[in-house]
Design a protein around this ligand. Sequence first.
Ligand SMILES: C=CC1=C(C)c2cc3[nH]c(cc4nc(cc5[nH]c(cc1n2)c(C)c5CCC(=O)O)C(CCC(=O)O)=C4C)c(C)c3C=C
Ligand code: FE2
Ligand code: FE2
Length: 343
Amino acid sequence: MKGVLLVNLGSPDSPEPKDVKPYLDQFLMDKYVIDVPFLLRALLVRGIILRKRPEESAHAYKKIWWEEGSPLIVLSQRMHKKVQQKTEMPVSLAMRYGKPSIETGLQELADKGVTEVLLFPLYPQYAMASTLTILVLAEEIRKKKFPQMTFTDVPAFYNKPDYIKVLANSIKRSLEGFNYDHLLFSYHGIPERHIRKTDVTKSHCKINDTCCVTQSAAHKFCYRHQCYETTRLVVEALGLPEDKYSLTFQSRLSGDKWLEPYTDIEVNKMPANGIKNLAVVTPAFVSDCLETLEEIAMRAKEDFQENGGKEFLAIPCLNDSDEWVAVVANWINEWASAEIPVA
Ligand SMILES: C=CC1=C(C)c2cc3[nH]c(cc4nc(cc5[nH]c(cc1n2)c(C)c5CCC(=O)O)C(CCC(=O)O)=C4C)c(C)c3C=C
Ligand SMILES: [Fe+2]
Ligand SMILES: [Fe+2]
């Protein structure tokens, strides 16, 4: 029997430092996130980052936490429930870090007799720190605990026409009645090194003005190219002029060189460059989370206004909107009936 495992990033159990610390430990000790040898990673994460960050992150989580729990988890659960209503197959929800784990999700499916699993990372753009780490961990668990199962992976959907249509429609609806000067596409950042590591050609990704817009086999796994493409396609769908939008990368951790330009730095400069009313969309996330609700809707807004900006609109993610749920359910049902991968 066929079934589906939707997988998102995950959140701590609560916004208290005692729960944020183990969550950050699991997250940052992932070799696909902080991709240095184990001893160096342990020194960096456990010796340096985890000394102060759990307190700071807990403070940020407290600002966005809902009565029902973490927004990312609650919104993923709502979306999961609606998707389940639109398909006959069992659909489970899991998180890469925290709960419910991927193992729990696979066990749920196994208990219902599922042997063919559609593994669905809930990330529009491919990155080793998001998509790949899910696929690798799921495969490890499958081999150890569920050898009878087979997996089909849902590839990054950054350019799929139905996804672009839903995203463009949702932006359009949010912008109604908002007299904006500029629309900023802010994507979660990653270290530049990750782009080079996932370059299958080992020579294409120069991280310059041309590589991501020059045809290459590298693009199947190039996060930067995929962010550019999502933006280009949405801009085309909305008919936005060149001077009305830009693309930046947010949420960097100190240390490495991360993808540029940086959201916070660009947002701070905008009011001086005549942008008084700003809308921000965050298409690397399908569910609102700490990075959209605190970093963008609170901190970026505050910084923008302190630097002379006026109106600031944080556009919600697709979350559990009916249009988005219909697209996800449709991809799942196509896979169920077609006998071929959805790629
Ligand atoms: C688009 C998907 C994501 C990628 C790629 C990604 C890379 C990445 N993230 C960190 C470090 C942190 N990210 C944190 C939160 C966070 N990250 C994503 C998504 C991607 N991360 C989401 C959806 C969230 C929000 C989770 C939530 O509970 O709402 C955090 C935790 C919060 C904090 O302390 O800031 C960290 C840390 C790295 C290092 C990285 C790539 C190398
Ligand atoms: Fe992150
Ligand atoms: Fe590239």
